[in-house]
Write a protein that binds this ligand. Structure first.
Ligand code: GLC
Length: 738
């Protein structure tokens, strides 16, 4: 619809209709004859509201969404279509690697393809909006939602946020196979104190701007149609009603003119935060901050009309929000086709098609990180007797906490894949132990129950694993977190694998030291004990529908590992928050000089993480030369080319990820020891050598200076190019002012 007609429609709408665009309901209310019960009733929403609400949360299915849309539009006074919104975080029905694992691939283009695939499947099933990408920077593995982020680095998160938005939204949002993307959670949610979900966030403005905001901005610049507010406070004010954050930073500075939606119930929670006095006050504050849609707190439908009558808010504020919602519906093409992509036949064809499953498998393969490979025990030697043991050997639940749209029965397990792919091996399988200790119970979005075993059965599992381990050349232990131990509201103060699984590892190690651990987890874990006991550790995160295939192909060498850590693995939880791009401090602890007392260090553990950002082994080994610069000084507008020679010195082909880091040696504020500014992946055949170059421009040296201006400063810089953030060889250049 052209803007003029949209404006005419808007002018005809009643105030109630405009307020209706600002809140949402769950689809259940349209399925039965408007039986108002449960969460909807608690929201104070009545029968009349239901046919005024602007959007639906959590309903999917081509047939169902079309039925709801038809019935709703017949009843709506101006037949304005509903928006169907849902969390599609790592795939719809073809579930792929969790975002933290996607970040490990260092391939944003692959993440874009996956997002595009998810949009194709979900749009065919009637959805219009996904609450993704999550662009929160994460430095604290105690926080369970790190699984939904792409890691601890500003640059990596920024390129992924852009790629995912482009993947979901495509070129034209009215296209049937696209979804509107929602960048979340604005802002700084990943910095929850003590890693405790929903907790207070204390960040300096500079840290917020230079580390936490860029990835949101990158998603917004890519055209994200929505932004979601975060549950936390920023500067002591709940983000959802923080006018400076939302009006100044998001709308004015970042130029965001899309729809701002609150997180689930967040407007109402501003009362609990101790800022809004009551629901009406919360509504007024959220409206003043420019929150366009109230997600499931009921505050908007309950209070806005009254606030208007009492002249506590202006009609223009409501109209500003309603207009943005209507504009988005128009961009989605819903006025021309309220059913958009909903199409049962197309959904049948698209969902879990071969092309999608192959893409999910590729994403998994590229996301795996080889953390240890002592004596090159991997890839497994043909003819070996291999025991696969552990709770993940024949477990289909490897889709992650946010994949309630996926079906675990579609998942290929490690055992199924091994039985098919390892004809040249002697393989056997056993569970070895339950995934959780008996006393541990977890909740998820759905009431999830693990099979329970008695003490005797558990002991029997262990002894069966021991006896099979005796006969094996190699034992592959598939261990890790339960999928409900990562995700929302899953903060953990102790970040190890369940102790009953550790017991299995210890018992096996006594019998057979040739242990390969395949690790499933949604966050960095404290895996010191695993590192001591295993010859190899393959980090597979939560790999999705095709995880089993990808894992076995990697273990036997059909594919080679190329992933790099997007988030540091702490030596122990006491080091957290830990991240590679830390500041130097004035008293640097030099690794190995532990006698130095008055330096920034611990008495009881090392400073270094167990595995640092950017680290990951391959099945071969690469030699990387010292960095060489095309010149050693530059002015604004000029560029420096930084190059290295990379040689594959092994017998296998392999992929290496060259990472460019820069350190601003002296600036008006202390700058990180190094920061990622670029990366390139290259595949080299044995003995093959290539030169890899990066462009250094003045733009990539900018930061928020002492005076608050975002700009570079003249002076000396150090350049590192390596295969992890541990690279210490450097070259230097000087940035000269005009
Ligand atoms: C949740 C999450 C948010 C999600 C929303 C809708 O509380 O914080 O990421 O998109 O509710 O499910």
């Amino acid at each position: 619809m052209d803007n003029r007609k949209l404006q005419e429609l808007f002018n005809e709408m009643s105030i109630e209709e405009k307020i209706g665009q600002l809140f949402q309901v769950t689809g259940a209310v349209y399925e039965e004859e408007a039986v108002i019960s449960g969460p909807i009733k608690e929201l104070g929403i009545n029968e009349r509201d239901i046919y005024l609400a602007g959007s639906v949360l959590g309903t999917m299915g081509a047939k169902k969404t079309k039925q709801i849309q038809k019935k709703y539009m017949e009843k709506h006074p101006h037949h304005i279509p509903l928006l169907f919104m849902l969390d599609i975080i790592n795939g719809y029905k073809t579930v792929y690697q969790i975002p933290l694992g996607q970040g490990a691939a260092f391939e944003p283009e692959l993440a874009r393809k996956c997002a595009s695939m998810a949009a194709r499947e979900a749009a065919a099933d009637g959805l219009h909006v996904t609450f993704s990408p999550m662009a929160d920077l994460v430095r604290d593995a105690r926080w369970g939602r790190v699984m939904e982020a792409t890691g601890e680095d500003v640059y990596l998160n920024s390129v992924y946020a852009r790629a995912m938005v482009e993947g979901y939204q495509g070129e034209d949002l009215s296209d049937k196979e696209t979804l509107a993307a929602c960048v979340k959670h604005f802002a700084g949610y990943g910095a929850a104190e003590a890693g405790r979900d929903y907790n207070t966030v204390e960040l300096s403005e500079r840290t917020l701007r230079d580390f936490y905001l860029p990835a949101y901005e990158s998603g917004i610049q890519a055209g994200a149609e929505l932004v979601m507010t975060s549950f936390n406070t920023i500067d002591g004010i709940p983000a959802t009603i923080n006018k400076k954050l939302m009006r100044e930073v998001l709308r004015k500075e970042m130029g965001f003119d899309g729809v701002l939606i609150s997180d689930f119930g967040a407007i109402g929670e501003t009362i609990t935060h101790g800022v809004s006095e009551d629901r009406a006050d919360a509504a007024r504050r959220a409206l003043e901050a420019g929150v366009d849609i109230d997600m499931m707190s009921g505050v908007y439908p309950q209070t806005l009309y009254q606030l208007l009558k009492e002249k506590k808010i202006e009609l223009e504020m409501i109209e500003e929000c309603a207009w943005r919602v209507l504009k988005m519906k128009n961009k989605l093409g819903l006025f021309e086709n309220p059913y958009k992509g909903a199409d049962e036949d197309l959904a049948e064809k698209q969902i879990l098609c071969q092309e999608h499953k192959e893409l999910a498998e590729t994403m998994a393969t590229k996301s795996f990180v080889l953390l240890e490979n002592k004596n090159n025990i991997l890839p497994l030697s043909k003819g070996d007797k291999v025991l696969f043991a552990g709770p993940y050997v024949n477990r289909q639940e490897m889709l992650g906490a946010w994949s309630f749209t996926g079906d675990i029965s579609d998942t290929i397990t490690i055992q199924q894949a091994a039985e098919k792919k390892m004809k040249n091996y002697e393989v056997c399988f056993c569970q070895g132990c339950p995934i959780l200790p008996k006393e541990m119970k977890l909740d998820g979005f759905v009431n999830y129950k693990e099979e329970e075993f008695g003490e005797k059965e558990i002991e029997k599992m262990l002894t069966e694993a021991e006896s099979k381990a005796k006969q094996a050349d190699v034992v592959v232990l598939a261990l890790g977190e339960h999928f409900l131990q990562s995700g929302e509201a899953t903060s953990r103060a102790m970040i190890e694998i369940p102790e009953n699984q550790m017991k299995l590892l210890e018992r096996i190690e006594k019998i057979n030291p040739n242990i390969v651990v395949v690790l499933f987890n949604g966050r960095p874990l404290d895996i010191r004990k695993i590192k001591q006991r295993a010859k190899a550790i393959l980090e597979v995160w939560i790999p999705g529908t095709m995880g089993g295939n990808a894992i076995v192909d990697m273990l036997v060498g059909n594919n080679t590992p190329s992933g790099k850590l997007p988030m540091s693995f702490p030596y122990c939880v006491g080091q957290i928050p830990i991240h590679y791009d830390e500041l130097n401090t004035g008293r640097v602890h030099v690794q190995g000089r532990d006698k130095d007392r008055y330096v920034s260090k611990y008495l009881d553990v090392q400073n270094k993480p167990l595995y640092t950002f950017g680290y990951g082994l391959t099945y071969t080994n690469f030699r990387i030369s010292e960095p060489v610069l095309s010149k050693n000084s530059m002015r604004t507008g000029e560029r420096i080319i930084a190059s290295v020679k990379v040689k594959n010195c092994g017998e296998r082909s392999g992929v290496e990820t060259l990472q460019l880091y820069i350190h601003d040696v002296a600036a008006s504020v202390a700058r990180p020891k190094k920061q990622l500014k670029g990366f390139q992946k290259i595949e080299l055949q044995p003995q093959e050598e290539q030169e890899i170059s990066f462009v250094i421009s003045e733009e990539i040296l900018r930061f928020t200076r002492e005076d608050g201006v975002f700009s570079s400063e003249e002076g000396e810089f150090e350049v590192f190019i390596g295969n992890s953030s541990e690279e210490e060889r450097r070259a230097k250049f000087v940035l000269k002012s005009e």
